[in-house]
Design a protein around this ligand. Structure first.
Ligand code: SAH
Ligand code: SF4
Length: 442
């Protein structure tokens, strides 16, 4: 989501004459787009400000000017504090205000003295209505934000406070943006949202549309070959959406579905609004409709009050489901969230040990799954250059990174790859064809 937001900020600033650069040294403006989800991410912001400030000082010593801004959820949550603590920061603005960037920049650059701006409003108009059209080329694999914010209020989470209430873009806007992405070369679209499957936008003729409706409509666009969505909540896996996994071939057989814990007691304390059985049911239904579907998830270990038995329940859920990958985190108390006031905090060593156990189990599952690809031929979408000369990187349908020696003519193409070396975190293989197949005429 932050990568997407950063691109959109660049879109907003381009008409003012700004263009992205690769290094900060001589930049006219530096925007630090930030994440507040865990304490570690927030702490990093302050150390980065300290590091990047040096470039501003050096440029000013040479008589130049550099605007330094903090955007994103740390800006939203700690705007005033940042201004007090970091006098070099000129602008602080939250995630719902970046369509107002031109005004902010004009104020900061145009006035006498050195005005500073804090903008953490939730404006009544949607930023999506005011943003310029998507015009930064994302290439073959593109993100498209369809939903933002969250009304779920899980007790550990800052998102409902930093991103605000749930909002869904109208279907027509989404389709228009998808067409722009296609013009820029997109073959894969990932629909984005903090709670993307809670999507409920205005459909055609004023009807209400859900995420499955959007997926069906995007699947009609012939240039689009792969569709994904992220991040979803188990409570919002409606029958309609589950069914789409059986009927829409372009919907990729990989679903990121965060569950956080396998203990009913902890799920309740987290206010996740479902138990472990619902998760198992969803997984079973999806597997029945799409045999090859695999899952990834998010887990939090060491939530307040988590006992050894609760942790065992989580490991049990992981064993029963079998994941292709997962993200896992130690619980981090976030200011202003209900869980921050809960008792039963766990010692750091206990959290670290549980995290290790959980990650060992997931890593073993992931490697075993990757090994099943040995000698298989699978389609790979080549979306970037590899680190080594002559190497391209691509994605399998199941979200593996795939390393292949291939000429640049394969960039942006989907081509069959013979997997020869599955590794714990990626796959490597060889091209089956020496040249990409001719693409269908436009
Ligand atoms: N909307 C998604 C999650 C968005 S936040 C969902 O409902 O699942 C991304 C991930 O960060 C979460 O899934 C969770 O695992 C992790 N996370 C959020 N708050 C956290 C906290 N306070 N401590 C540790 N991990 C946290
Ligand atoms: Fe945070 Fe996701 Fe829960 Fe919303 S549903 S509060 S984003 S964890």
């Amino acid at each position: 989501m932050n990568v997407y937001d950063s691109r959109r900020m660049a879109d907003v600033l381009r008409p003012l004459g700004y263009a992205e650069v690769d290094t900060p040294e001589d930049a006219d403006m530096m925007i630090l787009n930030t994440c507040h989800i865990r304490e570690k991410a927030t702490d990093k912001v302050f150390s980065e400000i300290g590091r990047l400030r040096e470039h501003k000082k050096e440029k000013e010593a040479r008589g130049g000017k550099m605007i330094m801004a903090v955007a994103g959820c740390v800006a939203q949550a700690e705007g005033k504090f940042i201004m007090e603590r970091a006098p070099d920061i000129d602008m602080v603005f939250g995630p719902q205000t970046y369509h107002e960037l031109p005004e902010m920049v004009l104020k900061v650059t145009g006035m006498i003295g050195r005005p500073r701006i804090v903008n953490t409003d939730f404006p009544p108009e949607s930023k999506f209505d005011r943003l310029p059209e998507e015009n930064s080329s994302q290439g073959v694999s593109a993100y498209l934000s369809v939903q933002e914010g969250c009304d779920k209020f899980c007790t550990f989470c800052v998102v409902p406070y930093t991103r605000g209430a749930e909002f869904s873009r109208p279907v027509q806007d989404v389709i228009d943006e998808a067409k722009k992405l296609i013009e820029a070369g997109a073959k894969e679209i990932t629909l984005l949202g903090q709670n993307v499957n809670a999507y409920h936008g205005t459909g055609h003729n004023g009807s209400q549309a859900d995420l499955a409706d959007v997926i069906h409509e995007i699947a009609q666009l012939p240039e689009i070959e792969r569709i994904r969505y992220s991040t979803s909540h188990p409570r919002d896996m409606s029958a309609h959406l589950i069914e789409a996994h059986g009927t829409v071939q372009k919907l990729m057989p990989f679903l990121h579905l965060p569950v956080q814990s396998g203990s009913d007691k902890i799920l309740k304390a987290m206010n996740r609004k479902h138990g472990r059985d619902l998760f198992f049911e969803i997984i079973d239904q999806l597997r029945a409709l799409r045999k090859d579907i695999v899952f990834s998830s998010d887990f939090i270990v060491g939530f307040p009050g988590e006992t050894e038995q609760d942790h065992e329940d989580t490991l049990d859920l992981i064993r029963r489901v079998g994941f292709a990958s997962a993200y896992s985190f130690k619980y981090s108390a976030r200011p202003g969230t209900p869980a921050a006031n809960m008792t039963g905090l766990l010692r750091e060593e206990v959290k670290a040990q549980r995290l290790q156990e959980l990650q060992d189990l997931i890593n073993a599952q992931q490697y075993a799954y990757n090994l099943t690809f040995q000698n298989q031929v699978i389609p790979v979408l080549f979306d970037r250059k590899g680190h080594k000369d002559g190497q391209l990187l691509g994605r399998s349908a199941f979200m593996h990174s795939v390393h292949v020696n291939a000429p640049d003519s394969f960039l942006g193409q989907i081509a069959p790859v013979h997997i020869t070396r599955p590794a714990p975190n990626s796959l490597s293989g060889d091209l089956v064809l020496s040249e990409p197949l001719p693409q269908a005429a436009e």
